[in-house]
Design a protein around this ligand. Structure first.
Ligand code: GLA
Length: 414
């Protein structure tokens, strides 16, 4: 595989020059696009969670072909010591075809919504206990059981975040009318929350499935300022430091602790400065790695993306790609799924994965997993822009062949 990668490199470089030339400038406005859409999209996905997958035997033909031809993202990535991940919903773990695709291609998963704060914090029990109370619901347990049975490792996502977090956790007696609690009370609640996450996963017998956890999600803005949110308002700017401090106290050594963010290519300088503040009294890092969400567009310049990866990698911390999807077009200018645009996307995935694996092989990048934010356009939060590897009918796209590095099917002949 390494040999194949280097042989193809020259062709790829020529072709990627063409791709980059047509790229749009990096848009800081991605910030708004992601943050405004996150909750609405998540809600939409949850509502649709009840629907069954579009499945049909004929449409599965190409999947069968891909499987017969032994294409497998996880097998390819394993040659480089990298896990291949997908986000996970119960819709996926219940479907026959979706399980087949996942088990063939992925050995890591991140719950798309089920482990987010709004889904694991219980108000009634918190009021009763006069402490924040974590309670994992049935869907979390079901997905963890499924992951265990199928040898899938887990990324935890996410603990401290501004979005999909219930506002009642910040109020005295957990009631808005009582006003916000003090910094000290909120620090106590944060510690208790983080402690319970790890304790309860342990009690459920699933803690050892986890190899990474997003402790803090999306705390920085593109202009280098901290995002305003209620954690910051109540505790102060050091709320992130405390989140990592407590996570270090309660998470086992084998779980790497991550800061996760989007628009990473526009936040690189900020992230470089920020991670250096996450140290203990002796100067040791409280953080193990930076999660690059990689919600990209085919119009995003790939050389700029790799400049970000290289700069962050130089810190010596681990990096993971945590939510990869590549929408067709550019922010607010998405394109239709024409053959040509799908071919461009195939090449984009090919070059991106190729560049990451090459850096891992050379030793300049410590990256032990690359997670796609799902596999099917039909179940994606950005589905209008067809950002994933399979169509809604489970047919592999050029993007899939890009991910498995099959150049002749990844859109290079268009
Ligand atoms: C962000 C979050 C994810 C998810 C996506 C949208 O990237 O980190 O958990 O909500 O937005 O699906």
């Amino acid at each position: 595989m390494k040999k194949k990668l280097s042989l193809l490199l020259i062709v790829v470089m020529v072709l990627s020059l063409t791709a980059c030339a047509s790229s749009t400038k990096g848009n800081e406005a991605n910030e708004t696009s992601v943050s405004q859409n996150v909750e609405a999209q998540a809600e939409a996905l949850e509502t649709e969670g009840e629907e069954t997958l579009p499945e049909s035997d004929d449409q599965g033909e190409e999947v069968e072909e891909a499987i017969e031809e032994n294409y497998s993202i996880k097998d390819l990535f394993a040659e480089h010591g990298v896990k291949a991940g997908t986000c996970l919903t119960t819709q996926m773990t219940n479907g026959i075809k979706s399980q087949e695709i996942i088990l063939n291609n992925f050995n890591s998963a991140t719950m798309e919504n089920a482990m987010k704060p709004e889904n694991i914090l219980n108000k009634e029990k918190s009021v009763e206990a006069n402490d924040i109370v974590v309670e994992f619901k049935g869907e979390v347990k079901n997905m963890l059981r499924w992951a265990k049975e199928n040898g899938i490792a887990m990324r935890g996502h996410t603990i401290v975040w501004y979005s999909q977090t219930p506002s009642w956790i910040f109020y005295d007696g957990f009631e808005k009318s009582n006003g916000l609690v003090s910094r000290d009370v909120m620090l106590g609640r944060m510690e208790s929350y983080i402690k319970q996450v790890f304790e309860q996963l342990d009690e459920l017998g699933y803690l050892d499935l986890f190899y990474a956890y997003d402790v803090v999600n999306e705390a920085w803005m593109e202009d280098g300022t901290m995002r305003d949110n209620t954690w910051k308002k109540v505790i102060g700017d050091d709320y992130i430091w405390y989140a990592f401090y407590y996570a270090n106290k309660y998470a086992p050594e084998y779980i790497d602790l991550y800061y996760n963010d989007y628009n990473e290519q526009y936040k690189t300088t900020t992230l470089l400065k920020f991670v250096d503040t996450l140290v203990d009294d002796e100067g040791n890092y409280l953080i193990d790695g930076i999660g690059l969400q990689a919600h990209l567009y085919t119009g995003d310049a790939q050389d700029a993306y790799f400049r970000c990866v290289d700069a962050l990698a130089e810190k010596g911390l681990k990096l993971q790609v945590t939510e990869l999807d590549v929408s067709l077009g550019a922010w607010q200018k998405t394109l239709k799924a024409t053959d040509e645009n799908l071919a461009t996307q195939g090449r984009y995935y090919y070059n991106l994965i190729n560049g990451l694996l090459k850096r891992v092989d050379e030793g300049s990048l410590k990256m032990d997993s690359i997670t796609f934010w799902g596999y099917s356009d039909g179940m994606s939060w950005r589905r209008e822009a067809s950002p994933l590897l399979f169509t809604g009918m489970n047919e592999p796209k050029p993007a899939y062949y890009g991910a498995v590095q099959v150049m002749e099917k990844a859109g290079f002949n268009k």
